[in-house]
Design a protein around this ligand. Sequence first.
Ligand code: G3P
Ligand code: CA
Length: 263
Amino acid sequence: SAPADPAPGRTAVQVVAHRGSSAALPEHTLEAYRLAIDEGADALECDVRLTADGRLVCVHDRTVRRTSDGRGAVSAMTLAELSALDFGSWKSPEAPRPSGILTLAGLLELVADAGRPVGLAIETKHPTRYAGRTEAELLRMLDHYGLLPRTPEESSVRVMSFSELSLHRIRRAAPALPTVYLLERRLPVLGRTRSLPGGAGIAGPGIELVRRDPGLVTALRRAGHRVHVWTVDEPADVELCLGLGVEALITNRPREVLAQLGR
Ligand code: G3P
Ligand code: CA
């Protein structure tokens, strides 16, 4: 098989803030993303879900119960209903102001105003339920913000999913947009073929999988794939990933990881 690309050096590894600087501040809030930008993160990770009225919001879980003062499924609520909730006090009871729901538009505005290049790693959550509406709305928003690339190399955005179908939809509609196939378990097909499920160009294994099976990363890289690992919060895991030639570290603790990398 072809030799793997040279491993990115310590300073070339991308540090991606998972749900913002989410160890420090409530995940998926504007405050957590602003902090990640201030801390020097190269890119921001966020999960997107469709509301009942067809807007994309940044929420991880199916419901708002864990991360807000409300209840109910995101998909059953309108943006106006979600806007009445506080997404901050579950984590920071002493927070001076409530944190509103963050829309994808709000996140794209923040990145546009960051004053430096900041990448985005956007994950589609449970996209199979909506017959392509999640992907269509995501692409519409990226187009609106001038973020649809002509070539993968020029893209500051990538779309990630555990769903092969979702990645296929993205690739069909926007072939130049880089896609990341997320995986928690080893698939027999990986490493033996050059193509990843969903036609993705990048593999996104979880850190538990990488710890259990570091050879998977080596095999993926030998097959010509780039590898982005989540969620890398422990110093030993950062070193493990660096040794394996991982290209991006997705972490809840961007400040600490950047410090470990000497940045
Ligand atoms: O970056 C990928 C990772 O976020 C996938 O898992 O559950 O945190 O969305 P989850
Ligand atoms: Ca995610």
